[in-house]
Design a protein around this ligand. Structure first.
Ligand SMILES: Cc1cc2nc3c(=O)[nH]c(=O)nc-3n(C[C@H](O)[C@H](O)[C@H](O)COP(=O)(O)OP(=O)(O)OC[C@H]3O[C@@H](n4cnc5c(N)ncnc54)[C@H](O)[C@@H]3O)c2cc1C
Ligand SMILES: NC(=O)c1ccc[n+]([C@@H]2O[C@H](COP(=O)([O-])OP(=O)(O)OC[C@H]3O[C@@H](n4cnc5c(N)ncnc54)[C@H](O)[C@@H]3O)[C@@H](O)[C@H]2O)c1
Length: 474
C-alpha cells in the first residue's frame, strides 16, 4: 500500500535548480518534498561545472609551467600525475557535496525521497512506495548528454561528461565531437595537460557566442596545438588497432582522424522521457518542458526550471529560475524570466563572457545601435601579465543605454559581473563613466571603451567654445 503525502511543494530533481527551490521553501517553513533518483547536486557538482573547472585549473597551471620562459623563469614540459589530478577532482567534489547532501536537506526540514519520480495523473507523482499529492510541483530534472546518430557509434566506446572525470589516465589523443562550451573547454584543458586533441564540429566552433569574441579563444586553442575541423560532418566511427577512427568530410574532401579516446560533447537532451508527462497534461518537446516566461507548464500546478525547461543551460540560470518560482509560490507575486540579463561564460583561456544583446541580436532587434570596442592591448595590466589577446565590445542603444557587453579576456567571467549589474538595471554609459576603476586592472578596459565613446566630444566646436568662454573667469 503506497504511502500518500501531501506537501505544499514537490520538487523533482536534486540538482542546482531543485535544491535551490527546496532550500528556499524550507527556509520559510513551507512543507516540501524533494525527489532525487541519483546523486544529490546533479550535473554541476558531479559531472559538470565543478569537475570541469577543477580540471581547467590544473591545465592552467600546466600551461603556466610550459610558458614560464617569457617571464624570465625556466620553462619545462609539466609532469602530469593524472591519477593525482583525478583524486583532486573527486576531493573537490567531496568537499562541496555535504552542502547538497540528503543529511543537510533533511536538517533544513525537507523530506528527501531517493527514488525515480513519475506523474500518474495531473495531481499525483509516484516515487518508490510514495504517492505525492502536492499543491504545486516543480520539475527540475535537468539534462543528459545528447548522443548524435553517427553510424558505428553503438560499437565504439566513448566518453561523455558523465564518464570523463572517472578517467585515471591521460588520453594520448582525445577526439572531441562538438565544439560548444563543453567541447572547447575540455579540448583546451586536455591539450594543456599534454594530450593530442582533435575537435570535429558540424557548424562553427562556439556558435552560440559572438563570432568576433569566439575567434579570439579559438585562435588561442589552435596556437596551443588543438586541431579543430569546423563545418565538418562525421560519416562514420570505427575502432581498429586499439584506435578510434572517425571518417569525416568537409569542403576540402574526405579524411580520417584517429585517436585513442572519443569524447561526445554534442549538446544536451532533457531528462523527461520517464516522467509520465502526458499523464499529467504537461506539454513538452525535444528541447524540454514547454513553459511560459513565468516558468509554468500547460498543467497550472506544475512549473519546470533549470535545464529541464529547455532554455539557457547554466547553473546560475537554475538558481535564477528557482527564485522566480519561489516568488510565485511563496509570495504569490508575479515573476518573469528575462534572458537578456543572464550572463553566459565559456571557461576557455581567454574566457568568453557575454551579457545582454549581442551585436547581431541588437542590430536585428533595435536597428541602429553603436558598438564600442577596446582592445586588451590598451590595458597596462595585460602587459604586466603577458596577456596577448582580448577585447571588450559594448553594444549601446539610444541615450547611451548599455544593451549588451561581450568580453574575451582572462577572467572574463569575473569581469562580466559589473556589466551584468549594468544591463540588469538598464544603466547608461554616463553612469559607468562616473565610476573610478582601480589601476592596474583588466576591468579598466571597460572604462577605456566608455571613454572612447565620449572622445568625439573633445573635438566638438560648441564644447570647445564653452571651455574658451569659461577661461575668462581665470
Ligand atoms: C561538462 C559541463 C560543464 C558545465 N559547466 C558549467 C559552468 O561552468 N557554469 C554553469 O553555469 N553551467 C555549467 N554547466 C551546465 C550546468 O551543469 C547545468 O546547467 C546545471 O547542472 C543544471 O541544473 P539542473 O538542476 O537544472 O539539472 P541537473 O543538475 O541535471 O539536476 C537534475 C537532477 O534531476 C534528477 N532526476 C532526473 N530525472 C529524475 C526523476 N524522474 N526522478 C527523480 N530525479 C530525477 C537527476 O538525477 C539530477 O540529479 C556545465 C555542464 C556540463 C555538462
Ligand atoms: N561555461 C559554462 O557555463 C558551460 C560549460 C559547459 C556547458 N555548459 C552548458 O551546457 C550546455 C551544453 O554544452 P555543449 O557544449 O555540450 O552543447 P552545445 O549544444 O552548446 O554544443 C554542441 C556542439 O556540438 C555540435 N555537434 C552536434 N552534433 C555533432 C556531430 N554529429 N558532429 C560534430 N559536431 C556536432 C553542435 O553543432 C554544437 O556546436 C550548453 O548549453 C551550456 O549552456 C555551460
Amino acid at each position: 500500500m503506497a504511502k500518500i503525502i501531501k506537501p505544499d511543494i514537490c520538487v523533482i530533481g536534486g540538482g542546482a535548480a531543485g535544491l535551490s527551490v527546496a532550500a528556499g521553501a524550507a527556509a520559510f517553513g513551507v512543507p516540501v518534498v524533494l525527489i532525487e533518483r541519483g546523486l544529490m547536486g546533479g550535473d554541476c557538482l558531479n559531472h559538470g561545472c565543478v569537475p570541469s573547472k577543477t580540471l581547467i585549473a590544473a591545465a592552467r597551471h600546466a600551461q603556466a609551467i610550459r610558458t614560464a620562459g617569457r617571464f624570465g623563469l625556466t620553462a619545462s614540459e609539466p609532469a602530469v600525475d593524472y591519477e593525482r589530478l583525478h583524486a583532486r577532482i573527486h576531493e573537490v567534489i567531496a568537499g562541496i557535496a555535504p552542502h547538497d547532501s540528503v543529511e543537510r536537506f533533511t536538517d533544513l526540514g525537507v523530506e528527501v525521497l531517493q527514488s525515480s519520480a513519475r506523474f500518474v495523473d495531473e495531481n499525483t507523482v509516484a516515487a518508490g512506495d510514495h504517492l505525492i499529492r502536492a499543491r504545486r510541483f516543480v520539475i527540475a530534472t535537468g539534462s543528459s548528454p545528447a548522443i548524435p546518430d553517427i553510424p558505428g557509434l553503438d560499437n565504439v566506446p566513448f566518453l561523455t561528461n558523465e564518464t570523463l572525470f572517472d578517467l585515471t589516465r591521460l588520453p594520448a589523443h582525445l577526439l572531441v565531437v562538438g565544439a560548444g562550451p563543453v567541447g572547447i573547454e575540455m579540448a583546451q584543458a586536455y591539450r594543456r595537460l599534454g594530450a593530442e586533441v582533435t575537435v570535429i564540429e558540424t557548424r562553427r566552433a562556439l556558435s552560440g557566442a559572438d563570432p568576433e569574441l569566439a575567434s579570439i579563444a579559438i585562435a588561442a586553442l589552435r596556437a596551443e596545438g588543438v586541431v579543430l575541423h569546423e563545418a565538418t560532418t562525421i560519416l562514420a566511427v570505427e575502432q581498429g588497432g586499439g584506435k578510434v577512427v572517425l571518417r569525416c568530410k568537409n569542403g576540402t574532401g574526405a579524411f580520417l582522424v584517429e585517436g585513442s579516446d572519443l569524447l561526445i560533447a554534442a549538446g544536451r537532451r532533457p531528462n523527461h522521457a520517464s516522467l509520465g508527462l502526458s499523464a499529467a497534461g504537461i506539454d513538452h518537446n525535444a528541447k524540454g518542458i514547454e513553459v511560459g516566461s513565468n516558468l509554468r507548464s500547460s498543467n497550472r500546478r506544475v512549473y519546470a526550471i533549470g535545464d529541464a525547461a529547455g532554455g539557457l543551460q547554466f547553473t546560475h540560470v537554475a538558481s535564477y529560475h528557482a527564485r522566480l518560482v519561489l516568488q510565485q509560490l511563496l509570495f504569490r507575486l508575479p515573476a518573469r524570466e528575462d534572458r537578456a540579463i543572464v550572463p553566459k561564460v565559456t571557461y576557455s583561456d581567454p574566457e568568453i563572457a557575454e551579457v545582454g544583446w549581442s551585436e547581431a541580436e541588437a542590430r536585428e532587434k533595435f536597428g541602429a545601435v553603436e558598438v564600442i570596442r577596446a582592445d586588451l592591448a590598451l590595458s597596462d595590466r595585460a602587459r604586466t601579465d603577458g596577456v596577448e589577446a582580448g577585447l571588450i565590445k559594448i553594444v549601446v542603444g539610444s541615450r547611451g543605454r548599455i544593451l549588451g557587453v561581450g568580453i574575451a579576456a582572462p577572467s572574463a567571467g569575473e569581469l562580466i559581473n559589473m556589466w551584468s549589474l549594468a544591463v540588469a538595471n538598464g544603466m547608461t554609459l554616463k553612469q559607468v563613466r562616473g565610476y573610478v576603476a582601480p589601476y592596474p586592472t583588466l576591468s579598466e578596459i571597460g572604462k577605456q571603451a566608455v571613454i572612447s565613446y565620449y572622445a568625439p566630444l573633445a573635438k566638438n566646436a560648441v564644447v570647445r567654445s564653452a571651455i574658451r568662454a569659461l577661461r575668462v573667469f581665470g
